[in-house]
Design a protein around this ligand. Structure first.
Ligand SMILES: Nc1ncnc2c1ncn2[C@@H]1O[C@H](COP(=O)(O)OP(=O)(O)OP(=O)(O)O)[C@@H](O)[C@H]1O
Ligand SMILES: [Mg+2]
Length: 194
């Protein structure tokens, strides 16, 4: 049994998916594909240092979900709701960087949206918003260092290469829930599994 509310991101577990993403455009494509596996009520926690690509991924996700409004880095806004244009779930994009109080503070934001009907994506949410859901998807984005570069991305600009680890916690993400991410998009691969 998975312990709910565990604070340790499971992104290094055996079921975690490791992807190499070698450009901002490829990160956007990963977001598009991620949109295809997400359902209303899903919680996605994005981690990675400043400038890792969390918002870039969320932008592709918003595009894939078909939501209104540009997904941007909110400087003064902690959370932004992007309603669906297609009858699907809204995207709630949270930047928890300055959310010192964690979940209580987020609940105080009084978002005019039903979280169970939305896809909630939280940047910098690790250790802060896990209580929102026993089921959640952790996506960690790391910059690649030279010796981690998989074969085949040697031609990419090394500074643009990201190693993305995706792992789920809870029943929602057991089984093959992430299989849709393994396939290559029609527009081309965003990377290869390492
Ligand atoms: N493979 C890549 N994936 C994503 N972004 C990349 C990649 N290569 C280069 N970049 C650049 O890195 C930057 C990522 O910025 P982004 O705002 O998405 O990061 P972030 O993780 O949301 O940062 P913050 O923690 O400040 O919110 C962009 O300027 C983007 O063009
Ligand atoms: Mg960001």
């Amino acid at each position: 049994m998975e312990t709910p509310h565990t604070r340790t991101a499971p992104v290094s577990g055996p079921d975690a998916l490791r992807l190499t993403v070698d450009s901002p455009e490829a990160m956007r494509r990963l977001g598009l594909r991620l949109a295809g596996v997400l359902r209303p009520g899903d919680l996605v926690l994005l981690s990675g240092e400043l400038g890792a690509g969390k918002t870039t991924l969320t932008r592709g996700l918003g595009e894939g979900l078909g939501v209104r409004g540009a997904v941007t880095s909110p400087t003064f806004v902690i959370a932004r709701v992007h309603p669906s244009l297609t009858g699907g779930p809204a995207l709630v994009h949270v930047d928890a960087y300055r959310l010192a109080g964690g979940l209580d503070e987020m609940e105080d934001l009084d978002l005019d949206v039903s979280l169970p009907d939305s896809v909630v994506v939280v940047e910098w949410g690790d250790g802060k918003v896990e209580e929102l859901s026993a089921d959640r998807l952790h996506v960690r984005i790391d910059r690649a260092t030279g010796d981690e570069l998989p074969a085949g991305v040697a031609d990419a600009d090394v500074d643009d290469v990201r190693l993305v680890t995706v792992g789920g916690v809870g029943e929602r993400w057991s089984g093959g829930a992430l299989d849709g991410l393994r396939e290559r998009g029609a527009e081309g691969a965003y990377g290869q599994e390492g």
